[in-house]
Unconditional design. Structure first.
Length: 105
């Protein structure tokens, strides 16, 4: 019986550092995982910020291109003239664009 109790005490003492080592290892790994999650959140926020800036810049470029588009003056069927970037958009309220016959050479 004495041997049995001694064996239990010795095995308990031998097993104790392993349990504590696992516990501290778990805490360390959990801390590292938390830090990695925090870093990932920062990276995601940074990526979203840059994507937003890219979208704004693209919108500005499109607006500039539209503003700088070449406008043409078209003669309308009713005798007025209209300015538009596309022939399809010209003279909508004036009966359409007047068709002129091209001379053959």
């Amino acid at each position: 019986m004495r041997r049995f109790i001694s064996a239990l005490i010795i095995s308990g003492l031998c097993a104790s550092p392993v349990v504590f080592a696992q516990d501290s290892g778990t805490k360390t790994e959990a801390k590292k995982a938390g830090e990695a999650t925090k870093d990932a959140a920062k990276d995601t926020g940074s990526a979203a910020k840059h994507a937003g800036k890219a979208a704004v810049n693209g919108t500005k470029k499109t607006a500039r291109a539209t503003k700088n588009a070449v406008s043409h003056t078209y003669a309308c069927v009713d005798g007025t003239s209209d300015t538009a970037t596309l022939k399809a958009n010209a003279c909508k309220d004036h009966g359409g664009v007047k068709i002129t016959a091209k001379a053959k050479s």
